[in-house]
Design a protein around this ligand. Structure first.
Ligand SMILES: [Zn+2]
Length: 214
């Protein structure tokens, strides 16, 4: 069973600086028992706006009326590159519900990714700044392959892992059989996140929860 540890982890991450009301950001709150159908969800009451909330209120796991264990299992299966139709079968859900959930999860993961793009000097990337991306490049033509910009001894600006990433992407997209142009950035962003957290299996799930709730 994934849920108890996942719910504890979410609580740790979401309230790492103390519990605050997700609506009015007030920290004068009281605990108010557990959710009847999902006892792992702690309930709270905000003394300022006088509304109740719980560990998941206004988080990526709220909405679509699914219990936490379904959300967490869905995220876990996504990290294993399982297609929407297989997730629907595994979790005994309607395919359209799964499509909405995976889209919501992918979008949330993508929104937490840093917007710094690292490239070589290929001309096609010259408009990245104009398009709103944080952008850094190395000039292979001038013999520059890595650069330590902040002087911490770590060469953070490079594109050395990108060739491997693109071949990984091809096999990653295969199970999903035809992704629309509109959805492609979400699939890319999700894989980018998994690539950046460098964890697989259950550890990947824990890394994704960290990305979503830290
Ligand atoms: Zn409040």
């Amino acid at each position: 069973m994934i849920t108890p540890s996942a719910s504890e982890r979410i609580r740790e991450l979401r309230w790492s600086e103390g519990i605050i009301c997700p609506r009015c950001k007030n920290d004068d709150i009281t605990r108010q028992g557990k959710d009847e159908s999902q006892p792992e969800r702690q309930r709270y009451f905000c003394k300022k706006c006088r509304r109740k909330f719980d560990d998941l209120t206004l988080s990526v796991f709220s909405g679509h009326h699914q219990p936490l264990k379904i959300w967490v299992s869905c995220l876990h299966l996504m990290s294993l590159d399982i297609s929407n139709s297989q997730i629907a079968q595994e979790l005994d859900l309607n395919i359209s519900d799964v499509q909405k959930m995976t889209r919501q999860l992918r979008a949330a993961v993508c929104s937490k990714q840093p917007d710094v793009v690292l490239t070589d000097k290929y001309a096609i990337y010259s408009k990245m700044k104009e398009w709103g991306y944080g952008y850094k490049s190395v000039c292979h033509g001038a013999g520059e392959y890595v650069r330590d910009e902040d002087g911490d001894g770590f060469h953070e600006v490079h594109v050395n892992t990108m060739v491997g990433f693109w071949s990984l992407l091809r096999s990653w997209l295969r199970p999903h059989r035809g992704i629309s142009q509109e959805m492609l950035p979400l699939y890319l962003g999700f894989l980018e996140c998994l690539h950046n957290i460098r964890k697989r299996g259950k550890a990947a799930l824990s890394g994704l929860l960290e990305v979503l709730f830290r």
